[in-house]
Design a protein. Sequence first.
Length: 249
Amino acid sequence: MIILKSLQEIEKVRKACLVVADVLEGLRDLVRAGVSTGALDEFAERKIVAAGARPAFKGYRGYPKTLCTSVNNEVIHGIPSKDAVLRQGDIVSIDVGAIVEGFYGDAAVTLPVGAVAPAAERLITATEESLYRGLEQARVGNRLYDISHAVQSYAEAHGYSVVREFVGHGIGRSLHEDPQIPNFGQRGQGPRLKAGMVLAVEPMVNLGASATLVRQDGWTAVTADGSLSAHFEHTVAVMPDGPWILTKK
């Protein structure tokens, strides 16, 4: 069941989303060669708690950390570790969620570690643009898969593949609510978008093929062919006058 939110509820989601945005802004300044993903995680947890919020991921279905940090061919759900040290030329996807007053915010970015290969830079740029192409479709009267189709068509037009095993989601009082939002689909299909829907749209785009595997830790998803993967996410509210990107300051 898709839960429509009142303006007051959307404003509470916005509070959580602004905490997430602040954390990601701070992490941009920390990502560099020699820094561990564990150190990034510790920073994020401190910043979330200092804001009077709670980490949304830590303890969720047994997940052990505040961030998901996925490096190079890791797609999503990489577990931060002090042993995982970033190197020049890596790319790292950072996914973070926060809870404020019982409402969730969720966003992700993929960042270069210093100078990266042109192919990696192009992948990051295209993945972020595919997110904004999808968000633009989050309008009253459109269909859910209009978002999906916009993501897929942009990514594939630039020679990339979209991950099919993992999807975006509704969000509000729970981290994952209906509807699921795949990053592929036919325009004009799926539920009609209505004012009050709040959605976490999150393209996961691979340099190679779309297939993924999950490592033995039970969390970290990687590309089956070892190719690079990028991931971006915003939480967006469908409003009467258009999309409101809640995780954008």
